[in-house]
Design a protein around this ligand. Structure first.
Ligand code: NAP
Length: 347
């Protein structure tokens, strides 16, 4: 089993928990990093409840941006063969300056882990870094006619950052660019892949991780509760691309198992989504929400998506992934709300 040991950073995260869930299901041994022993204990209990024989342990890395943050972990665990780096700030509203809140942890965290591998873990064969569609396209600029591919890059410059949305997008862009530059300059022993998903939707692995306020990306689904329930107008707000969280987790593991993907920039999308579509899915599947959320103009959803959502071509990555079939984004939305309604009742 020691030949299949994975270091997974940011283990408390929404996506990381799904990654770890899949890794344990496939009998990898996993070393997760969290910011505190307390967080590690909760995760260990949850995962051991699901996988009693799991080879799972945790290390504490209080701040990925701190100098040499991961060095001790690599020194202590010479068995680590694969690294999946998902840790990066996502949440908004911390009140900190943008550079401290987003850029430093994203950029320095990424470089810290790569330098740690170089210094202490030459045995590592594969590194997978969670980047984002925010590094592919500028989410603040609507350009529904452009077709984005895994060769597209968000041109954002840090000096032009004005909002938290910009700061997050720039942090992901700068971190991914820095990782690729490190790779070119240092020519390390390992292969480097990135995962570039758009809005990640879906339930939490454990009901106990679900908060009354949904995690940042699932909050896209909460916004429809703010729409006037009486409206019959088409709801074209928040045109976005989305993907099921379990697909995102799968694409973190595929580069370890499929040589075609070991160096891929995995820009992946499940489906485009818009508020009218979310309303339709919720109204179709949850009779208890009728009258509590708007109906809007049911038949307008596909036209709105066509007119307002970004276009993309992900065929080359999908082909390398053996013509991967993405899970339904509608199912992700239904599963998210099923878990929420069961735990908290109507919002
Ligand atoms: P999440 O639930 O907020 O997870 C973020 C993880 O990073 C948490 O474990 C968090 O630790 C950790 N973290 C953040 N800053 C840190 C720091 N300075 N030091 C140590 N740990 C730190 O978010 P997520 O949605 O799972 O996102 C995971 C990754 O996917 C991120 O790289 C994000 O940019 C990327 N991504 C997400 C989406 C999406 O829609 N969700 C889309 C594209 C890309 P704590 O739990 O202790 O705060």
């Amino acid at each position: 089993m020691s030949g299949r040991a994975v270091l997974a950073t940011g283990a408390t995260g929404f996506i990381a928990q799904h990654v770890i869930d899949k890794l344990l299901e496939r009998k990898y041994s996993v070393i997760g990093t969290t910011r505190s022993d307390e967080k590690s204990s909760i995760l260990l209990k949850n995962f051991k409840g699901k996988y009693p024989d799991a080879n799972l342990s945790f290390e504490t890395v209080p701040d990925i941006a701190a100098h040499n943050a991961f060095d001790e972990v690599f020194e202590k665990h010479p068995e680590i063969k694969y690294v999946i780096h998902t840790a990066s700030p996502v949440n908004r509203g911390s009140g900190k300056p943008f550079e401290e809140a987003f850029l430093k942890p994203a950029l320095d965290g990424t470089l810290n882990i790569l330098h740690g591998i170089k210094k202490y873990a030459p045995q590592v064969t594969n590194v997978v870094i969670t980047s984002s569609t925010a590094a592919v396209r500028n989410p603040a600029i609507a350009s529904p006619s452009t077709v984005y591919t895994n060769e597209s890059w968000n041109p954002i410059k840090w000096e032009d950052v004005k909002t938290e949305v910009d700061a997050y997008a720039a942090s992901k862009t700068y971190a991914e660019r820095a990782a690729r530059k490190f790779y070119e300059d240092e020519k390390p022993n390992f292969k480097l892949a990135t995962v570039n998903p758009p809005y990640v939707l879906g339930p939490q692995v454990f009901d106990s991780s679900l908060g009354k306020v949904l995690n940042f990306s699932n909050q896209l689904l909460s916004r429809v509760f703010e729409i006037d329930t009486a409206t019959t107008e088409p709801q074209g707000n928040y045109p976005a691309l989305a993907i099921h969280v379990r697909d995102v987790a799968e694409f973190h593991i595929l580069p370890l198992e499929n040589k075609e993907l070991e160096s891929e920039r995995e820009f992946i999308v499940g489906a485009p989504i818009i508020e009218q579509k979310i309303l339709n899915i919720l109204n179709d599947n949850f009779p208890e929400l009728r009258g509590k959320i708007a109906v809007g103009d049911y038949d307008s959803a596909n036209k709105l998506i066509d007119e307002l959502c970004a276009k993309y071509d992900i065929s080359s990555t999908v082909k390398k992934a053996s013509n991967y079939k993405f899970l339904s984004v509608a199912d992700a939305i239904v599963d998210t709300y099923s878990q929420y309604l069961l735990k908290y009742g109507l919002p």
